[in-house]
Design a binder for this molecule. Structure first.
Ligand code: NAD
Length: 361
C-alpha cells in the first residue's frame, strides 16, 4: 500500500499482521484480538466567549478481553477516528506486553489546547467527561483514562471531579482516571513514569553487547549522543533522566517553534528553564537554530539515539532513507510508520518499539 494512503490504524494493523502468525493462534482468535470493540464518536457544544463551539471527540475501547480498559486522552487538532483507533489498539498490545490486566482504550478531543484559556479547557474537559459518564464509557471497573498529548494532571483532576459529582456514592471514584495531581489521589512518580520507562528501555537495549556490536556501538548509555523531538511530558523526562542517570549527551532538540543543534551538548535542565523564560528553544546559547519550516530535519542529524517524543508518523517512507541514527527509541506512539520501519530495518537501524518502550505510564 502506498504510504500516502496508509492510515495510522492501517500501519498498526500491518505490524500486527506481520507478527500474528508467529503466535500460532487460530485465525478467528487473531481477528478478535485485532478488531476494535467499541468506537464512540460524539459532538458536543461548549460556550467559548460569545460563541457556541461544537467539539468533535472520541473514546475507543479496542479490546474488552480484560477490564477495565485503559488509555490516555489526547487533545489535538489532528484527532480523528482512525488515529484514536490506532492508539487504542497500541494500548491493548502494550498492556499485554508488560502484563498489566487491562484492555486497551484511547480518547481524543479535536482541539488545539494551546488556543484555549484554562477556563475554556475546563469546560470542554468537564463536558467530555459528562458524555463518557452518560454512555457508561468511564469508571474504575469500565474504562480508565490517563494523560496523553495535550493533557496532563490538571485535566485528569477535572475529570475526577466531574465523575465524583455524578458518582459520589462510588467509594472507588478516584480510580476513574490516572495521572491526577498527587494531592488529589494521584500517585507519586506518575508524571515522570513514561519518560523514566523510556530511559530504562533504552538503557536495557544499549546494555545488550551483541546487538550493539551489530550497529557499531559500544554497550552502555554513558557518552552516547541523543536527539529528542518534542519536549513535552515524555520528551522532557526522557531527556533529563537519560542525561542525569545515563550520562547521555543531548545534541539536538526539536519543538513546534523550530529545532536546535549543538554537537558539544545541551544541558536539558538549562534548556527547559530557557524555554520557560523565553517561550522558545530557539536562540539557545551556543546552538544552531533550525527554523520552524525545517524543524523536522533534526530527525535526520547524525546521533546514536533518536527519540521521537511528539506525534505519530514522523518517520515514513519519505524520510527513512535519510535517518542517520543508530537507535530509534519510539517514545511517542507510532512515530515510525510500517513502510518507514521496513526501510530502517533493512538499513540495520535498531528500533525500540513504542508498545514496549513507552508503557511506563
Ligand atoms: P505533550 O503534549 O506533553 O508533549 C508533546 C510535545 O511535542 C509538545 O511540547 C509539543 O509542542 C511538541 N510537538 C508537537 N508537534 C511537534 C513537532 N512537529 N515537532 C516537535 N515537537 C512537536 O505530550 P506527551 O504526553 O509527552 O505525549 C507525546 C507522545 O508520547 C504521544 O505520542 C503520546 O501518545 C505518547 N505517550 C504519552 C504518554 C504519557 O504518559 N503522557 C504515555 C505513553 C505514550
Amino acid at each position: 500500500m502506498s504510504e500516502k494512503i496508509m492510515s495510522f490504524f492501517a500501519s498498526v494493523e500491518q505490524n500486527f499482521n506481520q507478527a500474528a502468525p508467529f503466535t500460532g493462534q487460530p485465525a478467528g482468535l487473531l481477528e478478535q484480538i485485532r478488531s476494535c470493540n467499541s468506537v464512540f464518536r460524539m459532538n458536543f457544544p461548549v460556550k467559548i466567549g460569545d460563541e457556541v463551539r461544537v467539539i468533535e471527540a472520541y473514546r475507543v475501547q479496542h479490546s474488552h478481553h480484560r477490564l477495565p480498559t485503559k488509555g490516555g486522552i489526547r487533545y489535538s487538532n489532528h484527532v480523528n477516528q482512525d488515529e484514536v483507533m490506532a492508539l487504542a489498539a497500541l494500548m491493548t498490545y502494550k498492556c499485554a506486553i508488560v502484563n498489566v490486566p487491562f484492555g486497551g482504550a484511547k480518547g481524543g478531543v479535536k482541539i488545539n489546547p494551546w488556543e484555549f484559556t484554562p477556563d475554556q479547557l475546563e469546560r470542554i474537559t468537564r463536558r467530555y467527561t459528562f458524555e463518557l459518564i452518560k454512555h457508561n464509557m468511564i469508571g474504575p471497573s469500565i474504562d480508565v483514562p490517563a494523560p496523553d498529548y495535550g493533557t496532563g494532571a490538571r485535566e485528569m483532576a477535572w475529570i475526577y471531579d466531574t465523575y465524583r459529582a455524578f458518582k459520589g456514592n462510588d467509594i472507588d471514584a478516584a480510580g476513574c482516571v490516572t495521572g491526577k495531581p498527587v494531592h488529589q489521589n494521584g500517585v507519586n512518580g506518575r508524571e515522570e513514569a513514561t519518560g523514566r520507562g523510556v530511559y530504562y528501555g533504552i538503557r536495557e537495549c544499549l546494555n545488550q553487547a551483541d546487538d550493539m556490536k551489530k550497529i557499531g556501538l559500544t554497550p552502555g548509555t554513558e557518552g552516547k549522543t541523543m536527539i529528542i523531538q518534542g519536549l513535552g511530558n515524555v520528551g522532557s523526562f526522557t531527556g533529563t533522566i537519560s542525561q542525569d542517570e545515563g550520562g547521555v549527551k543531548i545534541i539536538g532538540v526539536g519543538e513546534v517553534e523550530g529545532a536546535i543543534y549543538k554537537p558539544s551538548g545541551i544541558d536539558i535542565h538549562d534548556l527547559l528553564r530557557f524555554r520557560k523564560e523565553t517561550g522558545s528553544i530557539l536562540n539557545y546559547p551556543g546552538a544552531t537554530n533550525i527554523p520552524k519550516e525545517q524543524r523536522d530535519s533534526i530527525l535526520e542529524y547524525e546521533c546514536d539515539i533518536l527519540v521521537p517524543a511528539a506525534l505519530e508518523s514522523v518517520i515514513t517512507k519519505e524520510n527513512a532513507d535519510r535517518i542517520k541514527a543508530k537507535v530509534i527509541a519510539e517514545a511517542a506512539n507510532g512515530p515510525v510508520s510500517a513502510p518507514g520501519n521496513e526501510i530502517l530495518v533493512k538499513k540495520g537501524v535498531f528500533i525500540i518499539p513504542d508498545m514496549f518502550l513507552n508503557a511506563g505510564g
